[in-house]
Design a protein around this ligand. Sequence first.
Ligand SMILES: Cc1ncc(COP(=O)(O)O)c(C=O)c1O
Length: 409
Amino acid sequence: MDFGPLYSERTHTMKASEIRELLKLTEKPNVISFAGGLPNPGTFPVKEVEEAVHRVLRDHAKSALQYSTTEGVASLREAVAEHLRKDGMRVHPDEVTITNGSQQGLDLLGRVFINHGDTILVANPTYLGALQSFNYFGAKYATCDSDADGIIPASVEARLVELKKNGIRPKFLYVVSTFANPSGTTISAARRRKLIEIAHAHDLMIVEDDPYGKLRFDGDAVPSMHSMDKGEGRVVYLGTFSKILVPGFRLAWSVAPIEATRKMVISKQSVDLCTNAFTQYIAADLLTGGIIDRHIPEIISLYRKKRDVMLGAMEKHFPKEGTTWTKSQGGLFTWAELPKHVNTTKMLVDAVAKDVAYVPGKSFFPEPDVGYNTMRLNFSYPPDDKIKVGIERLGGVMAEWIAKKQVLA
Ligand SMILES: Cc1ncc(COP(=O)(O)O)c(C=O)c1O
């Protein structure tokens, strides 16, 4: 049968991510890949999860193996609210929705807020998965500049003024506030305060996506933008268990004012009825028992070491000429910018031929023709010795491409 004429308009506009196609190349067995974004399985607290599974089956089998409410298991929503309150956020459990990963939170925000052609403010570069979610609803983007301190408030304000002149009210500003994917940068506290002021002045909603905030290796914690919002309820906050527990549970949370939460919950009902109840009970057990809090320092110490190995190898093997990279203080990634004439998408073919891979940065920029000379490197997953060898190989490929003085296509 020919399904072609049957597909919806949305399906017709969907396209496979070019980058995912390209990354299939990197799945060759000998390739050392910095292209992934996976937590290290060595951080998974298998024994603690196993013990929690026994407790949940002993004490909560009837409800843990049942459907849950769409908004999530009450004990987990309460535990998440309590966990966030410890970080200075004012959160009521009724504002918390347990989602099937933060990726679902992004999808639900798209469903609830984005009409075809609506404008979303984003940093340049930004998380590809958010762009994919918002693209599905026909979003357009107004991009804002960012540097080592994250998105630049003046650039956000300039965009808002420009859009207003054209009669456009953006639906929200989307940011990965701490140790961003892909850039590894954190929005400074001063910038966060300024962004909240701008949001107040322009009646703007902010979506703060924060999967990595707890994975800080050095420096002082920066308060979330949600905690800086003075009761106006203009920041929707997304957090996840993927990076502080396990990604396989597919458990995350959104925090939004109650009215918006209701809309998200109605929307979620039509998608999946509810998030996996069994894993919610396990996560609630591990969170209320303090097991996750005690486990996070172990994740941090493993990733800090890997970050140091990667930055040390970059310092040793990356060409210095026109190349800069993020000295990430946390999270999973570092981000390199090469001289303007180097196209990292094309360079990937040579890198893979030398058995090393990365993600070309271009896909993280919503606009065409920018970010050709950037790349994202993941340090959480590869073993330390592979990080050293891989970075040495990559440095060699980069030196060849820098020397080529090839003009960008
Ligand atoms: C910035 C950002 N947001 C959201 C997600 C989705 O996380 P999950 O769906 O596993 O909670 C990721 C995953 O890597 C991410 O990097």
